[in-house]
Design a binder for this molecule. Structure first.
Ligand code: NI
Length: 210
């Protein structure tokens, strides 16, 4: 890894930590009656409706995943380090689930770089990690909106020495229940075992909102 890439990876990690700190703070500030379960949980509203585009150009909304949990991660396919590591962890976690549990959660990758990440590029990229991963992109406005709903920070980082750019971005994994409510969020680098255990216990829990 070049020095520049190492620096970029470090900066991304730093931003991830900074974002985590902010979110922890905001969750504590607003949090009062929210229940603490696995991982970092709060009663802050995270998530919500979205309209994005899948690998075959079809519009996808949360209704497409109705009755299932969602495991949501934001990133971009040019990411040199953080995204591949986290998607690798997600893939390992998915393989730890038995089939019945796995069928009750849809793993979703949403790009924060729709200028480069076309539907085809995102779809091909996620298949490198796991065949069940759904890759979504959208217009700049659609991505900005969903990123805001999930409290995702991101920023384009231009590099005058290269023709490409990097993105700083926060790197959380969100576990949403079958009502689209946040169950847990996991910091970058959470062990696959922890992700799998949280998914398992959540999909097996009695239906929360019905
Ligand atoms: Ni990334």
């Amino acid at each position: 890894m070049s020095r520049k890439l190492r620096l970029a990876a470090f900066l991304v990690a730093l931003v991830a930590l900074g974002g985590g700190g902010w979110l922890w703070w905001s969750s504590q500030a607003v949090h009062s009656a929210g229940s603490l379960r696995d991982g970092l949980v709060s009663s802050v509203t995270v998530g919500g409706p979205f309209a994005l585009t899948n690998g075959v150009g079809k519009t996808v909304t949360p209704a497409d995943f109705a009755g299932r949990h969602m495991l949501v991660y934001f990133g971009y396919t040019f990411c040199p380090d953080v995204c591949p590591t986290e998607l690798g962890n997600i893939a390992v976690a998915l393989d730890m689930l038995d089939e019945e549990d796995a069928e009750r959660v849809t793993p979703i990758f949403i790009t924060i770089d729709p200028e480069r990440d076309t539907p085809e590029i995102v779809a091909d990229y996620v298949q490198l990690f796991h065949e069940r991963l759904v890759g979504l992109t959208g217009t700049r406005d659609q991505i900005d909106q969903v990123a805001q709903q999930y409290r995702i920070f991101f920023r384009k980082v231009e590099d005058p020495e290269h023709t490409y750019y990097l993105m700083d971005h926060s790197s959380f994994v969100y576990l949403m229940d079958d009502n689209g409510e946040l169950v847990s969020m996991f910091a970058y680098g959470t062990e696959p075992e922890s992700l799998a255990a949280a998914i398992r216990s959540s999909v097996r829990a009695p239906q929360s909102g019905v």
